[in-house]
Design a protein around this ligand. Sequence first.
Ligand SMILES: NC(=O)c1ccc[n+]([C@@H]2O[C@H](COP(=O)([O-])OP(=O)(O)OC[C@H]3O[C@@H](n4cnc5c(N)ncnc54)[C@H](OP(=O)(O)O)[C@@H]3O)[C@@H](O)[C@H]2O)c1
Length: 326
Amino acid sequence: MPQGLPAGTSVLVLGGGYTGRRFAAALGPLGASVTLTHRGPEPPEADAPGRRWLRLDPVAGVVPTAEQLAGTTHGLVTIPPDGEGRDPALEALGPALRQLSLQWLGYLSTTGIYGDLQGAWADEDTPPNPGLGRSRARLACERAWLDSGLPVQSFRLPAIYGPGRSPFQGLLTGQGRLVHKPGQVFCRIHVDDIVGALLHCLALPPQRRPAVVNVSDDAPCPSSETLGYAAHLLGYPLPPAQRYADVAPHMSPMALSFWSENRRVSNRLLCLALGYRLRYPSYREGFRASLAEERATASAQVTRPASAAERPAPGTGPEPSARMPA
Ligand SMILES: NC(=O)c1ccc[n+]([C@@H]2O[C@H](COP(=O)([O-])OP(=O)(O)OC[C@H]3O[C@@H](n4cnc5c(N)ncnc54)[C@H](OP(=O)(O)O)[C@@H]3O)[C@@H](O)[C@H]2O)c1
């Protein structure tokens, strides 16, 4: 990760969601100013020193002005294709972004564009062969960004996990399901390794930046294995194992689509050729860190005195519910 960014670095994060906000949080200490976009009428958090929010809701016709974007040096696109498979960010802001002197623009794509490889490995030279409609839309949007004339680098991501997006809450509330499908693996990446890989590539000389980079950890494996480890960390019993063939008829179309593809995603380009060192090479380190952060956040919320506005009226507060065990 770079030790600091050049003075005047100003980063536009299109989509202040889970990964966008984590990226923004890492940029502040490196000396960058950050602008994030939100879609709803109110930003999810207030502006802070070095960090501001702008509204971007192309459907409602709300798009930041050229004046608001002036001075942007780098960008990150976290906004996915819309329901029609189009790229709302590129359509709304492409011309304005081309007016800026951008040095780097990261685009968050998915490894779904490789399609089903029946458990085989995919690297960046594997021809995309998306089988799902959403992955075909993603590939079209990724290509549109790469062909946009902007200094785009696309980062292909598997399932993102991290604090607040981990299996722990599901286990604590009895919703975790231990499903076994012979031979099936999934790939994943801790959100802070996405942030680390983005910062690593942003700091490379432009001629050393590949157009497309997979960002995946070293440990593709069955979801039953990761759930087992999460239960072990919590000291909770594992839910009963269920055969995929038995539960598939009751799964949602979205869940079924995840189980319909099986591939291992190689990170050799990122970790060997480009020299990025994963903070969380597998779910084991990543889950331990996520649980520690979730517990720290939960205990900070418990010990922080509630403001009068937050305090529930007597008798109207939430029931004691699943809390992170100490
Ligand atoms: N989650 C995963 O496991 C995973 C795996 C592989 C790739 N990806 C991709 O990686 C990217 C980042 O993932 P994430 O989980 O960090 O995403 P996220 O938390 O859902 O954040 C996405 C952001 O984009 C905004 N957005 C979505 N559609 C928009 C639209 N039409 N116009 C304006 N803003 C819009 C969202 O605003 P709202 O808050 O208003 O919705 C949100 O701020 C996404 O493109 C995602 O598809 C995710």
